[in-house]
Design a protein around this ligand. Structure first.
Ligand SMILES: Nc1nc2c(ncn2[C@@H]2O[C@H](COP(=O)(O)OP(=O)(O)OP(=O)(O)O)[C@@H](O)[C@H]2O)c(=O)[nH]1
Ligand SMILES: [Mg+2]
Length: 470
C-alpha cells in the first residue's frame, strides 16, 4: 500500500481540480460544480485495475488565503520538512484558514503535487503566492494547464511562471482528455520524482493492457449484438379477412420487432458504458429509429433488396438532412438509414405503400381455414446495409463513450461533429464482404462457419476502434 504513489490535486477554487481528478480516475462520482467552493474536504480517488489500487489522487479545496498562508510560511523558522504540519497545527482552529489547512494536509505526508490552473486568465499575485507555497513545501510538483475556454493569450506568461516553480508542465483538458492524454499525464508524473518512476511506469503498462482488454470486450459485445439482431424474427397470425386487423397485427409486430432491436442495442450500450466505467453518460440514439418504422417489415426488406441502388440514391440525397435531425451534423449514408427524416420515410412508404398486404409472408393456418387468416412475419434483417447501420451505430456509441471524459457532466448527447460518422461505408470491399459473409452464415444457421471468421471480424473491429475512432 505504501508504494502506491499519491498526488494532491491543488489550486485556486473553480479551476477544474475535481474535474482533473474525475477524468484521470474515470470516476464520475467526483462532485463538480460551476460554483467555486464545491470541494470542502480532501477526498481520495484511485485508479484501480482488477481491484488493485495503482495510484491515488486527492481532490482538495481551493486556496482561500494564499497571501496570508505564504506570509506565515515565510516567517516559519523551524525545520523545512515540518513547515506544512506546523502551519496546519497553528491555523486549523481559524475558520478563515480551514480550506488552506485542509488542502495542505496531504502535503504534510508524502503526496506529490498536481497544480491545476485555467490559464485563460492573467497571472495574479494570489497565483504567485500559491506557487510559492507549493515550492516551499518541497514536494515534487507538476503544473497542469486546464484551459476551460479557447483563450490562450496568457499561456506564455503562465508557462514562464511554471518553469520557475514546477518540475514539469502539461496541458490537459479535463473535459476532453482521451485515454492517450490521460496516459501522457501519468507519464509526465513519472519524471517529477525518481522513486515514483517505476511504479508509475507499471501503472501506464497496466492501464494500456486493461484498455486493450476493454476494446476486445467491446468488439465481442458488438458481435454478440449482431448475432442476436441478425437472427431476430417475429411472427404472428391474423384471423379473418379484415385487412384492418391484418394491418394492426402487422404494425404491432413491427413495433415489437423494433422494441426488441432497441433492447438489444440498449443492452450493448449498457455493457459498453460499464467497460468504460460510466454511470452518468446517457444518450439515446434509439429514439431516432421511430421514423424508420416501416423499414422493419419483411416486405420493406424485400423492397430494399430489390431497389438497393434506388435506396442508396434516396438516402444519399437525404443523408445530410437525416443527420441534421440528430445533432446538426452531416451523417453518412449508413447512419442516415436509421435516422430517416420525413422525406425518406415518405419515399420508402411510396415504394411499399402500394404493395398489397398479401406481399407479406402469409400462411393460412388450419384452424382459420373457415374464417380465413394469415401469418405475418417480421424480420430477420436480410439487407447487409442494415447490418452495417447497426455496426455504425455500435461504433459511434463506442467512440463517444470511450472518449467521454468523466468530468463532463452536461447532458451527454452524442455530437456527430465529434467523430467520424459511418465508418463502415469507407471500409474496403474485402472487409465489407467478410461481414456480409458472416451475416449469411448466421442467418443460414451455419454457426461453425460463422465462428471460423468471427475472430477475424473481432480483430477488424478492434483495429477500427484503435485506429479510426481515436
Ligand atoms: N469547458 C470546460 N469546463 C471545465 C473544465 N474543467 C472544469 N470545468 C468547469 O469548471 C467548473 C469548476 O470545475 P471543478 O472541477 O468543480 O473545479 P474545482 O477546481 O474542483 O472547484 P472547487 O472545488 O470549487 O475549488 C465546472 O463547471 C466544470 O464543469 C474544462 O476542461 N473545460
Ligand atoms: Mg473541486
Amino acid at each position: 500500500m505504501g508504494d502506491v504513489p499519491v498526488f494532491a490535486v491543488v489550486g485556486h477554487p473553480n479551476e477544474g481540480k475535481s474535474s482533473v481528478v474525475s477524468t484521470l480516475t474515470e470516476d464520475d462520482r467526483v462532485p463538480i460544480s460551476v460554483l467555486p467552493g464545491e470541494t470542502r474536504r480532501c477526498i481520495t480517488y484511485a485508479i484501480e485495475v482488477d481491484g488493485e489500487t495503482l495510484v491515488r489522487f486527492v481532490d482538495t479545496p481551493g486556496f482561500q488565503m494564499p497571501l496570508q498562508t505564504l506570509r506565515w510560511m515565510r516567517r516559519f523558522n523551524g525545520p523545512p520538512n515540518r513547515m506544512v504540519e506546523e502551519f496546519i497545527r497553528a491555523n486549523q482552529g481559524d475558520l478563515r484558514f480551514s480550506e488552506d489547512c485542509e488542502l495542505l494536509r496531504p502535503l504534510a505526508g508524502n503526496a506529490g503535487i498536481v497544480y491545476v490552473v485555467d490559464c485563460s486568465r492573467p497571472l495574479r499575485p494570489n497565483d504567485e503566492a500559491e506557487m510559492e507555497i507549493l515550492r516551499l513545501t518541497g514536494r515534487p510538483r507538476m503544473a497542469v494547464i486546464n484551459i476551460k475556454t479557447s483563450n490562450t493569450s496568457h499561456l506564455q506568461e503562465w508557462k514562464e511562471a511554471f518553469a520557475r516553480t514546477f518540475n514539469s508542465t502539461l496541458q490537459f483538458n479535463a473535459h476532453r482528455a482521451t485515454f492517450k492524454e490521460r496516459i501522457a499525464l501519468l507519464e509526465a508524473l513519472q519524471h517529477i520524482e525518481q522513486e515514483w518512476g517505476a511504479p508509475l511506469k507499471r501503472v501506464v503498462a497496466t492501464l494500456e493492457e486493461d484498455w486493450r482488454g476493454r476494446l476486445e470486450a467491446c468488439a465481442d459485445a458488438i458481435l454478440q449484438m449482431l448475432d442476436k439482431a441478425l437472427t431476430l424474427s417475429l411472427s404472428g397470425t391474423s384471423r379473418g379477412e379484415d385487412p384492418m386487423e391484418r394491418e394492426r397485427k402487422r404494425d404491432k409486430l413491427i413495433a415489437d420487432f423494433q422494441d426488441n432491436l432497441a433492447r438489444l442495442e440498449g443492452g450493448y450500450r449498457r455493457e459498453i458504458k460499464g467497460h468504460f466505467l460510466h454511470n452518468l453518460f446517457n444518450v439515446d440514439l434509439a429514439a431516432e429509429t421511430v421514423a424508420a418504422r416501416d423499414l422493419f417489415s419483411e416486405e420493406t426488406w424485400h423492397v430494399l433488396g430489390l431497389t438497393r441502388k434506388q435506396l442508396s440514391l434516396a438516402l444519399a440525397t437525404v443523408g445530410a438532412a437525416a443527420g441534421v435531425a440528430i445533432d446538426g451534423a452531416t451523417a453518412g449514408i449508413t447512419f442516415g438509414v436509421f435516422t430517416l427524416g420525413a422525406g425518406t420515410a415518405g419515399a420508402i412508404a411510396g415504394w411499399t405503400g402500394t404493395r398489397p398486404l398479401s406481399r407479406l409472408k402469409v400462411d393460412i393456418g388450419p384452424f382459420s381455414r373457415e374464417i380465413g387468416g394469415c401469418r405475418i412475419q417480421v424480420g430477420p434483417l436480410r439487407n447487409p446495409q442494415l447490418m452495417f447501420v447497426l455496426l455504425d451505430r455500435a461504433l459511434i456509441y463506442f467512440q463517444s463513450v470511450s472518449n467521454w471524459a468523466h468530468a463532463r457532466r452536461e447532458g451527454a448527447s452524442i455530437s456527430l461533429h465529434e467523430g467520424k460518422v459511418g465508418v463502415t461505408s469507407r471500409w474496403d470491399r474485402e472487409r465489407r464482404r467478410l461481414f456480409e459473409k458472416y451475416l449469411a452464415y448466421v442467418q443460414k444457421g451455419y454457426f461453425g462457419k460463422a465462428n471460423e471468421i468471427r475472430p477475424t471480424l473481432q480483430q477488424i473491429l478492434i483495429q477500427v476502434m484503435q485506429e479510426e475512432l481515436r
